[in-house]
Ligand binder design. Structure first.
Ligand code: SAH
Length: 256
């Protein structure tokens, strides 16, 4: 057994049917399947059955690594003792599918790491906190629409699949969980400076109750202060609105 460690976000899933249903969401024909945080391997069992030749495991906990190598000897060479947030996803054959019951304490950071590697990551199938899943899937105008909703929806189609209660984990987390799937959309470039798009979205939402004129004050020039978007708050803008706004503020640099 592996003793669950709180600081690593370890809540081990105990329900095999849920594990099977999560693995069944892998679609298409990925060249690599990368499992984030395999723990004691409840998802790994189904993944190894279905994708024996394309599976890679990234796990930060040495106790889990020892356990996994013992119970999955055929995977010995593809189990990596590594921090996912430091991993270089271009090292795996693309396109790749990421899958995992994510460590909830770093789920947002995992998605930012995915965004940094979006040209390789075709799909993400994951269990996260229900509240984070709802935020990621949120549409403009809703209170939960935020940085990750805009940045992820710019590049991925988000599907909310099912909700999972606390009782099927050891130890049970304090919150409900949800399984979502992200599929890379067909967008190759945004029609604006992509690095500044990310900054505009982050700055806009960091002071989400202020108008964008206030939140983005440092980016404004005399000729740009009149645009009607600037009277709105970040949560009212669609992804395309943010693209237009970025172009308004940074017209000289259409491509990074
Ligand atoms: N997949 C297992 C475990 C989920 S708990 C199950 O469903 O039961 C989350 C797992 O992520 C733990 O095994 C934890 O050790 C691992 N983990 C936490 N932080 C990590 C990181 N930065 N990189 C890789 N794995 C991590």
């Amino acid at each position: 057994m592996v003793r669950p460690k709180k600081h690593l976000g370890q809540h081990f899933l105990t329900d095999k049917n849920i594990a099977r249903n999560i693995v069944a969401l892998v679609s298409g024909n990925p060249s690599s399947i990368v499992e984030i945080g395999a723990g004691t391997g409840i998802l790994t069992t189904f993944l190894a059955e279905q994708f024996p030749d394309h599976l890679h495991i990234i796990e930060i906990d040495i106790e889990s690594i020892v356990y996994l190598k013992l119970h999955f000897p055929s995977l010995e060479n593809v189990i990596r003792h590594e921090d996912f947030l430091q991993s270089n996803l271009s090292a795996f054959p693309a396109p790749l599918t990421l899958i995992g019951n994510f460590p909830y304490n770093i789920s947002s950071q995992i998605f930012f790491h995915v965004l940094d590697h979006k040209e390789y990551v075709a799909e993400v199938v994951c269990m996260i906190q229900k509240e984070v899943a709802e935020r990621i899937a949120a549409k403009p105008g809703s209170k939960t629409y935020g940085i990750l909703s805009v940045l992820l929806q710019a590049w991925y189609d988000i599907e909310y699949h099912f909700t999972v209660g606390e009782k099927v984990f050891n130890p049970p987390p304090k919150v409900k969980s949800a399984v979502i799937r992200l599929k890379r959309n067909t967008v190759e470039h945004l029609d604006c400076n992509e690095a500044m798009f990310t900054q505009v979205v982050k700055k806009g939402f960091n002071q989400r109750r202020k108008t964008l004129r206030n939140a983005l004050r440092e980016y404004l020039k005399p000729e740009t202060t009149a645009h009607p978007f600037l009277d709105k708050r970040a949560e009212q803008l669609s992804i395309n609105d943010f693209v237009l706004l970025t172009r308004l503020l940074f017209p000289q640099t259409l491509r990074p």
